[in-house]
Every structure is written in structure tokens, then in C-alpha cells.
Design a protein around this ligand. Structure first.
Ligand SMILES: Nc1ncnc2c1ncn2[C@@H]1O[C@H](COP(=O)(O)OP(=O)(O)OP(=O)(O)O)[C@@H](O)[C@H]1O
Ligand SMILES: [Mg+2]
Length: 300
């Protein structure tokens, strides 16, 4: 289906939602949605609604290559619901990140298994990122291909992407410093490399002038064979973006800087090491396998 068609369909669904304003388990809702999401995904959304994680579904925030993000209300306040599509053909793009990740060696490699593992990995990574002292959405619940997380925005409007945020040179330098510090904390405290960091995956809380890191599904551990290459690419993206604001930085020096740890880092690192989060976890792989075997999802 073309992007345009999807957009049109999403609008239809949003209009319908606006009329209903509540998440009802009726067949007309199912019908309207089924062309965008498969039935198991809809059922999962109903389950999450019944549990109160989602009390009112709002509009679409983003239609990405692999996932759609929706605004929603939940018992815990405003949330963002990221729904990975089980049927899109682009999941090959995930393979280099997840297949070599030592935390995910045991999963069977059908698309839905990769999607489920990916969603789980994003939720885990969000927690790990936050525990490293980086501002990122708090994961609230994740199941199969759906991740419910803290909504990063104000008055139902998500914070703008870094690429869309008007900044003067001083503000840009400030955000740059924060992003480099985030990369450093991610590396030395949480032992992760974001691996898709750019002005497209950083939001700016324009009130506090704070960087918010998102889209951490592909973040890899330092023992991943491509971790160095991903780190180098992340830094290049960031340096390229901020160059136009006059931010001067030498990539080699920045690379050295982001590997420097101080005493505060050691406290965070120790906490993450001791809670087991900085280590590959075998049991989580088994969990994924059991979960996905219980499900009979159609691939189309
Ligand atoms: N927690 C959140 N709060 C507010 N807005 C969000 C949140 N998470 C994501 N968004 C919005 O949705 C957009 C897409 O999210 P994200 O970058 O995570 O997915 P994506 O780029 O579509 O992922 P992929 O390309 O892997 O499918 C973001 O650019 C941002 O505008
Ligand atoms: Mg993104």
C-alpha cells in the first residue's frame, strides 16, 4: 500500500476515533483498523485498553518505515504507543542490529519473532538509557509488537525533532553538548551505542532546552561486532548536523572524550552492572521464544 493510501486510511480512522473518543471493543472499530493493523495487533490493543494502559486512542504522530506512533491517554497520563508492523517488508533492515546481538542469539528468525524481539529490546534499552542518566521516554508496558511509553511533549503535541527545532548558535551549542554527554553516558555507563543517532531521533524539549533521545530499538552493546562502526556513524551524523551552527569539533577528539569515565559514571555503571542490565540475559531470549510460539499470527 502506498504512503498516501495509508495516510488517507489513518485519517479516516482518526476521524472515527474523534467521534467515538473511547476505545470500544466493537466490530466496526476492528473493520476500520484492519487494513492498517493485523487482527492480533488490534486484539493486543484491546487487551492493553482493558488493563487501562490505554484509555483513549488519539491521533497518529508518525508513520515510519517499520512502526506507527500514536498519541494516547492512559491511566498513567499521556502516552505514546509505538506499534511495529508485522507485515511490512522492511524488517531486513533490523537484521544486522539484532542477529549479532549476543542478547538475542536464540530467537527463531521469522519476521514476527524479530519484530517481537525488537520491541522488547527497545523497551529494555529505554530503561537502560534512562538508568544511565539520559532523558528518554519511560517505557510503561511492552507486549509483542506494541510499546507503550511516556509521551514526550506538551498539550498533546510531541516535542519537535532536532531537525525541525529553530535554534540560534548558542542554543545549538547547548544541545550539542547535551547530546555528546548523552553519547558518553550511554557508552561508559550503559555500555551501549545508539546506532541510529541523528537529528531525526532526538527531540528537543524547547521549554527546558533539553535533548530527548528516542528510537533506541537498534542500540547495540559494546560487544556487538559493529559497535565501533555504529559509534563512528552516530558521531559523524551529530557533528555534521551541528556544523552548520558553527559548532567546531574534531571527530577523533570527540571519540576519545566519549570513552572517558569519571567517578559519577562508576556509580551509575555499578548500579547497571549489579542489576544485571549491563549483561546479556539468556532468560529473556527464552521468554521471547515461548511468547511467540503461543501465537498464531498470519504473516499477511
Ligand atoms: N515517546 C514519544 N513521545 C512523543 N513522540 C514520540 C515518542 N516516540 C516517538 N515519537 C514521535 O514519533 C516519531 C517516530 O518515532 P521513532 O523514531 O521511535 O520511530 P521510527 O523512526 O518510525 O522508527 P522506525 O524507523 O524504526 O520504524 C518520532 O520522530 C517522534 O516524533
Ligand atoms: Mg526514528
Amino acid at each position: 500500500m502506498s504512503e498516501k493510501k495509508i495516510d488517507k486510511q489513518m485519517r479516516k480512522i482518526e476521524d472515527k476515533r474523534d467521534k467515538n473518543r473511547t476505545f470500544k471493543k466493537d466490530s466496526s472499530f476492528l473493520k476500520a483498523e484492519e487494513n492498517v493493523f493485523d487482527v492480533p495487533t488490534l486484539k493486543l490493543l484491546y487487551t492493553l485498553a482493558n488493563k487501562g494502559y490505554i484509555t483513549e486512542m488519539g491521533g497518529s504522530i508518525s508513520t515510519g518505515k517499520e512502526a506507527n506512533v500514536f498519541y494516547a491517554a492512559g491511566n498513567e497520563g499521556e502516552v505514546a504507543v509505538k506499534i511495529y508492523r508485522l507485515t511490512s517488508g522492511t524488517f531486513k533492515a533490523m537484521d544486522p542490529y539484532i542477529l549479532k546481538d549476543p542478547r538475542f542469539t536464540n530467537i527463531r528468525h521469522s519476521r514476527k519473532d524479530i519484530v517481537f524481539a525488537w520491541t522488547q529490546k527497545e523497551a529494555q534499552n529505554l530503561l537502560r538509557v534512562r538508568k544511565a542518566g539520559i532523558r528518554a521516554p519511560r517505557p510503561i508496558v511492552n507486549e509483542r509488537n506494541v510499546l507503550v511509553m511516556e509521551f514526550m511533549g506538551k498539550d498533546k503535541i510531541p516535542y519537535p525533532l532536532l531537525k525541525d527545532t529553530p535554534l540560534d548558535d548558542a542554543e545549538a551549542q547547548n544541545i550539542y553538548d547535551q547530546v555528546i554527554e548523552d553519547i558518553r553516558r550511554l557508552y561508559v555507563r550503559a555500555h551501549l551505542v545508539h546506532s541510529d543517532l541523528s537529528e531525526y531521533n532526538i527531540l528537543v524539549d524547547t521549554e527546558k532546552m533539553e535533548a530527548v533521545i528516542i528510537d533506541v530499538g537498534q542500540a547495540v552493546t559494546l560487544d556487538h561486532p559493529n559497535a565501533r562502526e555504529f559509534m563512528s556513524r552516530d558521531l559523524e551524523n551529530i557533528l555534521r548536523f551541528f556544523k552548520k551552527y558553527g559548532v567546531k569539533a574534531d571527530k577523533k577528539e570527540v571519540l576519545q572524550h566519549v570513552k572517558q569515565r569519571n567517578e559519577t559514571d562508576e556509580i551509575y555503571e555499578k548500579e547497571l552492572n549489579e542489576s544485571g542490565e549491563n549483561k546479556p540475559d539468556e532468560s529473556e531470549n527464552e521468554q521471547i521464544e515461548t511468547d511467540s510460539e503461543e501465537l498464531e499470527l498470519s504473516e499477511n
